[in-house]
Design a protein around this ligand. Sequence first.
Ligand code: PRX
Length: 577
Amino acid sequence: MKNNEIIDKKPITDGLIDYEKIYEKFSWETLKKELNINDGRVNIAYDAVDKHAQTWRKNKVALYWEGADGTCQKYTFLELKSLTNKCANMLQKLGVKKGDRVFLFLPRLPELFISMVAIAKLGAIAGPMFSAFGPDAVRDRLQNSEARVLITTPELKERVDTVLWELPKLEHIILVNDDKREGAEEEGNVYYHTLIKDSSDTFETEWMKLEDPLYILYTSGTTGKPKGVTHVHNDMISHYITTKWALDLRDDDIYWCTADPGWVTGTVYGLWGPWLCGISLYVYDGRFDAAKWYESIQNHKITVWYTAPTALRMLMKAGDEVIEKYDLSSLRYICSVGEPLNPEVIRWGSKGYGLPIHDNWWQTETGSIMIANYPCLPIKPGSMGKPFPGIKAAIIDGKGFELPAGQHGLLALKPGWPSMLRTIWGDEKRFKEYFNVNGWYATGDTAYKDEDGYFWFVGRADDVINTSGHRVGPFEVESALLEHRAVAESGVIGKPDAERGEIIKAFVVLREGYKPSKELEEELKIFIRHHLAAHAYPKEIEFCTNLPKTRSGKIMRRLLKAKDLGLPTGDLSTLED
Ligand code: PRX
């Protein structure tokens, strides 16, 4: 346990100045009153966009957008108000009403951000999906949520076409971008830009109850298909204050969150949180490239940057010479989330960027940052930091009893913060399982707390894989592999990887008549990329003749992992033979 290293720094904020004092006296109820929130007369879209359009912020840039080809666009809060009104009117004309699910399968285009706000204005429920998803991933989400409308691009729609027959509840597909394909018009496609042209730019925003659903994000567990984690308008209380205190955002910031809104970080801190605080966002719709990323920081004078450990490790690998070519002096605060952040990366960042990197911890289910390193507290490299004010975090044993400092156990939270998940869409039973351990919300992670109250990540308590910060369920990959004609059985694990945290490794038993080969290995990788998702393909495949199973027939991934890594195999009493 190496937790005596400390990076001390001067508080640079007018936000969270005295952590201990604020933690002590903080109350969500008081904050709610201060924010003047009246249940039944709320809508996050009003607070994030329309409200600013009525103040001095109306001509402030809400979104600086840059495409992969270098095209730049910008939108003020006033322009956003009008564009989101037009989009809401367009959806309303198609019959979308309060409570309907509208799913988004888009690159990081301005229309993605505009649609998310417009959907909220209608009181409908948004379902953002990562643009790297394949047809199976999209089908599972649209099917489970019974989405009525899908907004996508002509290119991405091609991936959905093969599964459309399995989506009887989907009534409309709206295409963003002009479709230049021959015959596109005849296919009966509906175009965003055509529809929006005739839409009015005034719209009566639907007033919501705090507990009305806002968005659904599907996330992976150990077993079964992805679960629809459902969040509500009340989340805005958490979004607002965590953005202010954990990301330290202020009015004059230009902020870049590198996450895609298809993941929770991109939805909460790449859109709602910063806009609730009236902050100018920068969005880059391109792939990772060290030089390009630094150029973005330089050219757009980014002041606060929220990114992920894999990206930071890749930047570290790209070397200091790249940093030296750019002027990164605009940066004042850097945060990271999604996977363990190596102390080595923090030390490197302190030299390379002249700034410490503030790790924070949370989940799709928690809906906002739960544990963080703050501007006002020293950083212990490798630690996730301390619980956010209003959050009671603890390390517990399997019965729900709190463990003392230094002991490894389950990371748990006391339920009741505003952005806690409200249900698993269509699966209340699964939702309740989160609270099975003596009323705690069980995170599925293991960790420990040190004597100073800092939390340290240890691992996952289940088989969930974290590859480059993307949460992948082994069951989803196993199921997708089984769809291939050559595969009889498969077991999937996360294997430690220096750059990506973990990579996906699949153990595959072939059907009669198929032989292991390099070609088949490649074919299976491409198969998963195309069917499930680009980030979920197994980088390593090992062919084997059988898989270790329990007597009840469950694949023992734990054993596969232990064998693969040369670790002790532990209790084998439930092994089949
Ligand atoms: O295992 C933890 C890891 O990511 C999981 C949550 O994944 P997801 O719901 O996709 O949300 C990711 C971004 C909010 C957690 O259960 N994780 C998240 N942050 C950290 C982390 N692991 C270590 N350190 C972190 N800072």
